[in-house]
Design a protein around this ligand. Structure first.
Ligand code: FES
Length: 188
């Protein structure tokens, strides 16, 4: 069930032409950019003999498996099998590819199996470009149950004391009144 969401797999600036591996939901993905600068997410498992595409390289628009040189387009289809240049590439020679969006400084991929019309929209962050707000971004690895991590993130009163040197201010520890609203997941 959790797979049917947009997942921020990596910071935008980390994803470049050289393929990289990212693990999410206990699956391996390869992230890279084609020469037009567009980011892509594929399964990191070559369908030939399981080579890791993240150890491969780019040839034009294609990512090349380092094991036997099969070349894949960003839609996951294999377009070249160097050992058999005169044979048509079988249709089933393809890896999974994932809808990918670059936004808010992240590469997001939809890892689920819902058709496009049924996918939830990317989270809306209307204050992201507002200069009156400070965007705090980072990698946090907490060996805790995810509910505790979420609970801590929503607990604004701890910020002045635990994060006083970063985005908290001990001289202003009060929390103004606010209302919470339930916003149903929007569909595209
Ligand atoms: S394992 Fe990828 S080309 Fe053979």
């Amino acid at each position: 069930m959790l797979k049917n969401f947009w997942w921020p797999l990596e910071f935008s600036h980390v994803v470049q032409k050289k393929p990289i591996r990212v693990t999410a939901l206990e699956q391996e993905f390869v992230l890279y950019r084609t020469p037009d600068g567009v980011a892509h997410v594929l399964s990191d498992l070559c369908v030939h003999r399981g080579g890791a595409l993240s150890d491969g390289w780019m040839e034009g628009d294609c990512i090349v498996c380092p094991y036997h040189g099969w070349e894949y387009k960003s839609d996951g289809s294999c377009v070249k099998i160097p050992a058999h240049p005169d044979m048509p590439v079988p249709k089933k020679a393809r890896v999974d590819s994932y809808p990918t969006v670059e936004k808010y400084g992240y590469i997001w991929a939809f890892l689920g199996d819902l058709p496009e019309a049924e996918r939830p929209a990317l989270p809306d962050l209307p204050h992201f470009d507002n200069p009156d707000f400070k965007v705090v971004r980072g990698t946090f690895e907490w060996p805790v149950y995810y509910e505790r991590a979420l609970e801590n993130s929503l607990d604004a009163a701890h910020a002045p004391f635990v994060h006083g040197g970063a985005f908290g201010n001990r001289d202003e520890p009060s929390i103004p009144d606010y209302e919470t609203n339930h916003i149903p997941l929007a569909r595209k």
